[in-house]
Write a new protein. Structure first.
Length: 83
């Protein structure tokens, strides 16, 4: 699972054998959250949360939104499409 972005020590990853639609896994601090990217225009949307507090989710989502174009491009590079 390639790390494509770091957010204050949290790893943002895309699994090469994962399914569509485009989404990322954010892993760290003993927690994991999955955000659907809604490429190409966003906004990132919470899909599943395993342990992150609400305040942290808001911060993660904002960082994903700022980096959305790059995240969608990376998903497309790995999966040939982001739908």
């Amino acid at each position: 699972m390639p790390t494509i972005l770091l957010i204050d020590g949290l790893r943002v990853t895309v699994y090469p054998n994962d399914h569509q639609p485009a989404h990322v896994h954010v892993i760290g601090k003993g927690c994991e959250v999955i955000f659907k990217l809604n490429c190409p225009e966003g906004p990132p949307e919470l899909r599943e949360n395993y342990g992150f507090p609400k305040k942290e989710l808001v911060r993660i989502q904002a960082n994903l939104a700022v980096n959305l174009a790059m995240l969608c491009e990376k998903w497309s590079d790995i999966h040939d499409d982001y739908r």
